[in-house]
Design a protein around this ligand. Structure first.
Ligand code: PLP
Length: 394
């Protein structure tokens, strides 16, 4: 008799975004004339920049002519894009070989697939509140999860201590949902712990492009010792608006060896078995992001989201509400006023200020009492939402 992967039955229903959608729908049905300020979801609102669009068009034309047509792409990524990504790291002082960069269809795909490299008995440490996919991918894989709750007291940036033994360590910095960013000294502690224990850090750098404080690390490989204990998973989704275009990259250093096996070699084997590469057209467009012009244009888009963050942070400062994030991340994680619960505050904002946030409780139990604002909306909506917030709570 066939037995399906019973771990799926252990997944909790993804009630967070469903619940938000239901409450939002009910509000709009009762108030059809109202406009909602949607600051809940983490999807971008600005279109792809001009350099990327031109790259897409040129690549589409390449596919129309026999002499420039491309069939299957190399499974680990087109050499031109692996080089462009590696060069991007090298330009920031991080020594990386092209063969250490793997091109993917996005960070989500990789965060799930990468678990193939590890034994089922390896435990996963997840710092909470957390991006829900970490938890679910590990439940599906039947892995033991070691939950490490964080709090306002440690700035939502917990450090390794005796109670946190695990073979795999997820670190997301800048963090979704809290927007908190580890500094070099803090990351060094995680790296040292991982090297001492033989653990592997899965470093999610999806929001690295939002770091403006130059003292903060944008890559785990800025930290000494990381090449023997870390894998970095990154994405152009938020950096360059590729949420619907899809492109990510994963860095696995050659020195990362466990039980005599090189994880880089294993990943080559995995990719050549399980994928046939990412679309040529998308890879060409992605390469444009790493050109001088692409970097300038994507930075312009990020600046728009950063201005949104400043608008919201000013409103919160005016109201004396505690928050983290916003400065080096596209998320603001705020404490609900008057000791309100996450959903209570969500309902208040929806009903009285037409603002849709994301209740912190949806990212793990220790997120109760907090709410996340995304800064990816339009500047006009963000300004009006900030004003509406001040009117409601001021
Ligand atoms: N990692 C984090 C922390 C995210 O917030 C997201 C998307 O919101 C992803 C990864 C997924 O990125 P991608 O669009 O590349 O799959």
């Amino acid at each position: 008799m066939l037995i399906p992967n019973m771990n799926y039955s252990h997944l909790k229903d993804s009630y967070l975004f469903y619940n938000i959608a239901q409450r939002t729908k009910a509000y709009l049905a009762a108030h059809p004339d109202k406009h909602l300020y949607r600051m809940g979801i983490g999807d971008v609102s600005l279109p792809l920049c001009d350099a990327v669009i031109k790259g897409l068009h040129r690549a589409a034309d390449d596919q129309a002519r026999a002499d420039t047509f491309n069939g299957y792409m190399p499974e680990c990524g087109a050499p031109f894009l692996r080089t462009a990504v590696a060069e991007h790291y090298r330009s920031r002082g991080i020594a990386l070989a092209d063969g250490e960069v793997f091109i993917s269809s996005g960070a989500s795909d990789e965060l799930g697939d990468i678990l193939d490299l590890f034994d089922r008995s390896d435990r996963s440490l997840i710092i909470e509140p957390a991006y829900p996919a970490y938890v679910d991918a590990n439940i599906i894989g039947g892995r033991e999860i070691v939950h490490l709750p964080s709090s306002r007291e440690n700035g939502f940036l917990p450090l390794p201590d005796e109670g946190t033994e695990a073979e795999l360590i997820y670190i997301c910095s800048p963090n979704n949902p809290t927007g908190a960013v580890y500094d070099r000294e803090q990351l060094k502690k995680w790296v040292d712990r991982a090297n001492a224990n033989g653990s592997v850090i899965l470093f999610d750098a999806a929001y690295e492009a939002f770091i403006e404080d130059e003292r903060l690390p944008r890559s785990i490989f800025e930290i000494e010792g990381a090449r023997t204990c870390a894998i970095e998973i990154c994405s152009l989704s938020k950096t360059a608006g590729f949420t619907g275009t899809r492109l990510g990259y994963t860095v696995i250093p050659h020195e990362l060896v466990r039980c005599g096996l090189r994880l880089n070699d294993m990943w080559v084997r995995s990719r050549t078995t399980k994928t046939n590469g990412v679309s040529y057209i998308i890879q060409r467009a992605a390469a444009e992001v790493f050109t001088e012009e692409g970097q300038r244009q994507t930075a312009e888009n990020i600046a728009v989201y950063k201005e949104n963050a400043r608008t919201l942070m000013q409103a919160l400062d005016t109201l004396g509400i505690w928050y983290t994030g916003g400065r080096n991340a596209p998320y603001i994680w705020l404490e609900c006023p008057d000791k309100m619960g996450s959903w209570e505050f969500f309902d208040l904002l929806l009903n009285k200020a037409q603002i849709v946030g994301t209740p912190g409780e949806g990212f793990g139990k220790c997120g109760e009492g907090y709410l996340r604002f995304s800064t990816f909306g339009s500047p006009e909506d963000t300004r009006k939402a900030a004003q509406s917030l001040i009117t409601l709570l001021g």
